[in-house]
Design a protein around this ligand. Structure first.
Ligand code: ZN
Length: 460
């Protein structure tokens, strides 16, 4: 070969190598953490509220991630001496082992503190709402779920744990925020150096649908509001019924249910089937559609109308609250919060009880938080009185109060429930409590609450 060709070949080879070396793939999001479903719950063992459905979704090839608001550090330890934070550390392992039973390892903890209360606002405060939300938005951007499943944000008669409600509130907020690049912008900022310590290099992500599972005994309110799934079909992969897989997944939660789990271990298959019927494991799973940004029907399959990929970010249209021009008194606390929350997140269709309701333990105190609004230009006097069932007494907060011009002030009526008697049933008929607000003999507010007295109600 003539030297000039040798040279040309050498140059060509060099350039070709240069070009090949020049094409470097840019780093992409880690596909191992991409989920079809993100479940957001409050405590270890809450996943059991969704595992009969998750067993089906996993069998159909879906990928699932789970986020827990807390480690569940409150309550009794049925398997050892450890309490409080130590108990929470153990429960984190029990939750991870439970989910590993289904093959789910995409598991996250938001770092909130277990709060034994029915009041979602106390749970949100104790969880450090802002930090927990930032964490959940991050997890949503890492796991990029098509669908979010979580507890129904609302307050009802039922177990209705404040932490369960808080997980539903956070999941809804994160659903509406994770696609917005101006929300927690350092999460979606491009890194400035190879070992970037501050900017996270995530992408905004808008999930397509959010569904709720209620933690309340008000099936009448939830019927037909979303899809229902039988849990009795047999999984292709394991040849076991979905309910059976869910039950087996629950067996790791010994600190919460050792007695129950020990009994299960001693049962025959036939006995377990019988128990599943009486204990609710065999019940169909019902969901309430929160919202879909991709259409589909209310009771259709959770994945109906979902195709992979990005969708446009939509900001819910906030429905303005009607303003009262005159002196007025209204119910405050979680009930008022939820009315505002439903408007702020385009969830005004979400089932909620009217009048508002709560289950309370006999012998305890019902606290009715109120807002008193005086938009007028002069000081006003109002009178608060309560209509109560026999045996119930107003402890404080009734009587006359004054409020300055252009002020909104909090007031609180406290009502003692009658003490429990030896023969009181576990739960009794709900009672209606009415607080009447008057000014110059005119009504300025009638606040109704349905209260179901029970022997025991503290959520667990
Ligand atoms: Zn729970």
């Amino acid at each position: 070969m003539r030297p000039v060709f040798v040279l040309l070949f050498a140059i060509f080879g060099f350039v070709a190598t240069l070009v090949a070396q020049d094409v470097k793939p840019l780093r992409q999001a880690d596909e191992r953490y991409k989920a079809d479903i993100l479940v957001v719950v409050a405590h270890p063992d809450d996943e059991a509220a969704a595992t009969p459905y998750l067993a089906r979704a996993l069998d159909e090839g879906k990928h699932v991630a789970v986020a827990y608001g807390t480690r569940g550090s409150s309550g009794e330890n049925q398997s050892g001496a450890e309490q409080a934070a130590a108990l929470g550390a153990i429960r984190e392992i029990e939750a991870r082992r439970s989910l590993a039973h289904f093959g789910i390892t995409n598991v996250w903890f938001l770092g909130g503190k277990d709060t034994a209360s029915q009041d979602v606002l106390q749970s949100l405060a104790n969880w450090d709402h802002g930090a927990a939300l930032e964490n959940l938005v991050r997890i949503m951007r890492v796991t990029r779920p098509e669908v979010v499943l979580t507890f129904l944000p609302g307050t009802f008669i039922g177990e209705d744990h404040g932490d369960h409600q808080a997980s539903g509130v956070l999941a809804t907020e994160a659903f509406d925020l994770a696609g917005n690049p101006t929300v927690f912008p350092s999460q979606v900022a491009a890194p400035l150096r190879r070992l970037e310590p501050y900017l996270e290099n995530l992408q905004p992500w808008q999930p397509k649908k959010i569904y709720y599972f209620p933690d309340a005994e008000r099936d009448d309110l939830f019927k037909g509001k979303g899809p229902a799934y039988s849990v009795k079909e047999i999984a292709k992969s394991s040849k076991k019924a979905y309910w059976r897989l869910a039950l087996e997944g629950f067996l790791t939660h010994e600190t919460q249910a050792k007695g129950y789990i020990d009994r299960l271990h001693k049962m025959s298959d036939a006995e377990i089937e019988k128990l599943a019927e009486s204990d609710g494991w065999g019940d169909a799973q019902h969901f309430v559609l929160g919202k879909s940004l991709v259409g589909g029907s209310v009771t259709g399959d959770i994945f109906e109308s979902i195709t992979p990929g990005l969708i446009a970010v939509t900001h819910p249209e906030v429905v303005a609250e009607p303003q009262q021009p005159e002196l007025s008194v209204e119910l405050a606390g979680p009930w008022k919060f939820y009315a505002q929350f439903r408007r702020a997140h385009a969830l005004t269709h979400l089932p909620h009880p009217e009048p508002p309701e709560i289950a309370l333990q006999l012998g305890t105190t019902l606290v009715i938080p109120l807002w008193v609004h005086n938009p007028t230009a002069s000081s006003q006097e109002i009178a608060l009185a309560a209509d109560l069932p026999a045996g119930w007494t107003a402890q404080s907060g009734t009587g006359k109060f004054s409020i300055g011009p252009k002020e909104t002030c909090a007031a609180r009526v406290e009502i003692n429930l009658p003490p429990p008697t030896d023969h009181a049933p576990r739960k009794q008929d709900a009672q209606e409590i009415t607080v009447r607000a008057t000014a110059r003999e005119q009504s300025v507010g009638v606040i109704k609450l349905r209260v179901e007295p029970r022997k025991r109600t503290l959520p667990e």
